[in-house]
Write a protein that binds this ligand. Sequence first.
Ligand SMILES: [Zn+2]
Length: 320
Amino acid sequence: MPTPFPVGPINTHLVLGEPITLVDTGPLTEDAWAALRAGLSRHGLGVGDVERVLLTHGHQDHFGLAARIEREGRAQFFGGRLDREHFRGRRNRRLLLDALARAGFGALERLTMVAMTAAVDHFADPLPAWDELSGGEVLPGDGWSVVVRSVPGHTPGSLTFEVPEAGVLFTGDTVLRDITPNAIVDEDPERPGEAFRSVSRYFASLDSIEAGESALLTSHGGRIVDFAAHRARLEGRYVFRVGQIERALSGRPKSVSELCRRIFPTVRPMDLFLAYSEVLGFLMYLEDLGRAERIPGRAVDRWTRSEKGAELPSTLYGFP
Ligand SMILES: [Zn+2]
C-alpha cells in the first residue's frame, strides 16, 4: 500500500483463515484506503469481512486506517500494550521539546522537529478500542494460531506475530530486509518522563527472535528466508554506526546536535528527528556499556567517551 513517508510503500498482510485477519492497515490516506479495498476485493472480500486486525506497532503507516476499518466493520483489534499512547494519538511534546533543548538544537530546529512529528500524526485516526497484548499470548484460529512476541526497540510496544502453521513470522518494522530500522527515542512508557533506551532494547529484541523454519514477512520490502545471514549483515552495519559515533565522541565533549551534524551532515530538516533519535539511542547504548558518559550542563548536555570504557561485546546483540 502507498504511504506518504520516505520509507515508501508498506506491506499489509491478509490471513485467509477463520477469523479473516489483517496484519497492519496502512496509513490514513485515500490512496491507502483504495489499495486496501482493492486488495480485499481480489479475494472476494470487503472491509466489513475483516474479523481481526493485528497491529505490529503504533506507527501511522501501520495503524492509520484502523479506526476507519473499525467504523465500517466488525473487526477486533489487537496491539502492543506499551504503544498505547501511540494508538491513542498522544505525544508528550513538552518532554520532546525539553529533550531537544538539552540536546543543543536551536529554536527553529526544535520547532521543525515537533512540527514534523505533528504532521505525521495526521496519517492516523486515534484507535477507540483494542485488546492490549504484552507478548507471550497465542491467539487461536480455526486450524491455525498466532504466536505473539514482544520486541521493544523500534517502538516500546512493537510485536511480532508468527503463524507456525503457515511458516510465516510478521516482523513489522523490527526486521526489514534492505534498511536498518531506526530504534526511535521517545518517552519510556514504563518510566514516564524518561527517554526510552531504544537501541539497547532493540538489540536485546533482535537477539530474542527465533525464526526457526518460518520466513520473515517484513513491513517494507521483501521477505527474509535466512534470518541468521540477515542478522550477520545487520550487525556489520550497526558495528559501523557504533564506530562512527565513538570516533565523533573523541576530543572535547559534544552535544547531541553537534554529533548529529558530524554524523549526518546532509540530513534534510524533515529527517532531523530520525537523525537525533539514532544518535541519542546509540549514545545511551554506549552509556549502558560504560563507554560513553553524559555531562549534564546548565542548559545543554554534552557527551564524552567514558574512562570506565568496558570492551565492546563480541556481539552487539544479547545485551542484557
Ligand atoms: Zn514503524
